[in-house]
Design a protein around this ligand. Structure first.
Ligand code: GDP
Length: 148
């Protein structure tokens, strides 16, 4: 069973969309195993997006990601990394399909409302970045037997 890291970015919180986005994952049958609200420091944003450090829009990303809290989620399920990326949709909301989270709730790449790990390797690193030991739970959900 895989686990992935999702961040509901500050615009999700500002727009009052936390519940609607969390519902997408619950409705899909995925299992939320960790969830917390946190205000990100410059340091953690720089580490998380270090591959974008030389981009002209990087200062904007930093300002955006530290402007209000995020909700960090650890989500488990069969093929969860690919499934959550598909539910999330393309990075640029203008290209994200209707029905995807970015396709339905976001308009511009500056404020694309959600982050989701893109591989098993990335997920392992990112889960450690946002959750301390003991903050990710393990439990049996009755519906696991139904949705697989
Ligand atoms: P993701 O995995 O779909 O989030 O996409 P990336 O890993 O490529 O980019 C990380 C984040 O950087 C995106 O979700 C956007 O918030 C931001 N980003 C990426 N490309 C651009 C861009 O061209 N302009 C701006 N303003 N932000 C960008």
């Amino acid at each position: 069973m895989e686990t992935t890291l999702v961040l509901l970015k500050p615009d999700t919180i500002q727009r009052g969309l936390i519940g609607q986005i969390v519902s997408r994952f619950e409705n899909k049958g995925l299992k939320i195993v960790g969830m917390k609200m946190m205000l990100l420091s410059d340091e953690i944003v720089s580490e998380h997006y270090d591959f974008l450090a030389d981009k002209p829009f990087f200062p904007g990303i930093k300002a955006y990601m530290t402007s209000a809290p995020v909700v960090a989620m650890a989500i488990s399920g069969s093929n969860v990394i690919k499934t959550v990326r598909n539910l999330t949709g393309a990075t640029n909301p203008a290209e994200a399909l209707p029905g995807s989270i970015r396709g339905d709730f976001a308009l511009t790449i500056d404020a694309n409302i959600i982050h989701a790990s893109d591989s098993a390797e990335t997920a392992a690193v990112e889960l450690k970045r946002f959750f301390k030991d003991g903050e990710i739970t393990s439990y049996e959900k009755i519906s696991d037997k139904i949705v697989g």
